[in-house]
Design a protein around this ligand. Sequence first.
Ligand SMILES: Nc1ncnc2c1ncn2[C@@H]1O[C@H](COP(=O)(O)OP(=O)(O)OP(=O)(O)O)[C@@H](O)[C@H]1O
Ligand SMILES: [Mg+2]
Length: 386
Amino acid sequence: MAEKILLVDDDLDTLRLVGLMLQRQGYQIRAASDGPQALAMVESEIPDLILLDIMMPDMDGYEVARRLRANPRATDVPIIMFTAKAQIDDKVMGFEAGADDYLTKPIQPRELIAHMKAVLSRVQKRQTSAPTSTETPLERGYMVGVISVRGGLGVSTVALNLGIALHQEQKKDVIIADFRPGQGTIGLELGYLRSDAINRLVQRKPTEISARDIENEIITHPTGVRLLLSSHHPGDARYLNAVANFEAIAVHLVRMARYVVLDLGTGLSPINEKIINICDEICIVVEPVPQTLIQSKALLDDLIAKGIGEGRIDIVLVNRVRSGVQLSWSQVQEQLGKNISVIFTPAPELAYQASMHNLPLISQQPDSLTAQQFIKLAEKVAQRNQ
Ligand SMILES: Nc1ncnc2c1ncn2[C@@H]1O[C@H](COP(=O)(O)OP(=O)(O)OP(=O)(O)O)[C@@H](O)[C@H]1O
Ligand SMILES: [Mg+2]
């Protein structure tokens, strides 16, 4: 099938001439004469490659590239910057904005096509060698659900960084899925401003959701983990009643990667009641505060009553603030009647820096104590999976 190329240039002669030349080479051409038009076109149809001019009124090519990279649907689309700006600084800025290649005008058609072919074939190779082909489903992977009893205790942070630690330490394929429509923060923390992957899946009939549909919504983060993101728009919380859809997604996910980590948010909602049964392990995030521990103990008891054996439950204590007036870890264990698997020490500066840079804590400072604590948690999870 002919590859679809989106040409973006405010110069209509360039659009016409390059467009015609590429059409003769058998490509399907779409054309946009400014940045906003290009972004709108990508929303309705993802091209195979974008040829992007830099100097355009209203929104320049750098900004278009940045917005495409921040859009999970378009984050992997190859971009070749094609511009009269030939300074080294311009090129560096182009690559920093997310371009895969950079060409300066004027250019010979043969050279342009050679670059396009090289970029397209790299992408095709990446896609065919992706570790999870949906044609050949893996046997069951290992699914960890991360949960707490209240908001803000660190569930999303643990889910994301545990996933990355598993990928880095165990060298295994990992999917991290945010199961919190309307309250998703994993995408937001990583700088993906549009994260409606789950929204699109929950609008289908549960029986019609295939592994391929899910695969199409998954994006790959630079750390190598794959992400299925939820939106952060409060109104999308209406999808919290799509229990059968989430169940269908979880059943597929567990066969799509060696490890799957789910951000389940808080409490035993109708979705979580179902999903915990699909999980191999539940990680309960707690804080050293008496009332939270009373609730956490109740959650622990509920899970056990529902048949999740104690051997499948990890307690993770996240201390977010330095304070002498919180309970000690031994008091936490006493209140819960269960040992803590990993203790996270307060790291407010690291959390702030990571958030400012749109990085996971573990990437912001790979040699930090916090990173080591995530590695320890990943080791515990991997041990249980043996
Ligand atoms: N060890 C830590 N030290 C200090 N701050 C932390 C630590 N771990 C996480 N945080 C911060 O605590 C805040 C809450 O974390 P997070 O968003 O992961 O919680 P959550 O339980 O997912 O909350 P929500 O209910 O909003 O989904 C974040 O700002 C995060 O950066
Ligand atoms: Mg969260």
